[in-house]
Design a protein around this ligand. Structure first.
Ligand code: FES
Length: 177
């Protein structure tokens, strides 16, 4: 009688072990399907990096008084000299901090590499590691490896000025309006 009971218990243990194993394998299969479904869904939404546009309107020429105006939303400077405009990046070429405008009155005098006397009314100074840029964006102090780039400007059909940060121009570039 005792042997029969033990045998019965063994059979029950075997059945519950089999059931457990079949549940477990069912779970693994369901998990596999779920993962595949998730991967398929993810592939429907490609990874895209949305970057700000590289061409944008900055306003009418009349919005800009004579001199330098900083546009913080675009991190650049628009410089007006009579009816001629140019645009210089405000992004430090060292590690990307935004440079500050330093204005001088009376103008600051210095001697260029070629020995000629130059006077300027403003410069750009980086607050992060002390790089300093001349009026034309050339570096003269600090760790910045390159000058501040100048961006191409043009006039849109509605008369607004457009800056194209994708196109760098030489220091003799001017937009005449
Ligand atoms: S980020 Fe401008 S000097 Fe370092």
């Amino acid at each position: 009688m005792a042997d029969n009971n033990k045998e019965g218990r063994d059979i029950q243990t075997q059945i519950s072990r089999r059931r457990f194993l079949s549940y477990l394998s069912g779970l693994f299969i369901a998990g596999g399907f779920l993962l595949q479904g998730f991967a398929a869904l993810k592939s429907l939404f490609p990874r895209v990096l949305y970057e700000p546009p590289t061409k944008f309107k900055v306003g009418m020429p009349s919005d800009f008084p004579e001199g330098v105006r900083f546009l913080p939303e675009h991190r650049l400077f628009i410089i007006r000299n009579d009816d001629r405009f140019h645009c210089i990046s405000a992004i430090c070429t060292h590690l990307g901090c935004t440079v500050n405008l330093a204005q001088y009155s009376p103008p600051k005098e210095y001697e260029s590499h070629s020995g000629t006397a130059v006077s300027e009314t403003y410069e750009f100074h980086c607050p992060c590691h002390g790089s300093k840029y001349r009026e034309n964006g050339n570096v003269y102090a600090g760790p910045a490896p390159k000058p501040l780039p100048w961006y191409r400007m043009y006039t849109a059909p509605d008369g607004q000025m457009v800056v194209d940060t994708n196109t760098h121009v030489d220091h003799d570039f001017r937009l005449k309006v």
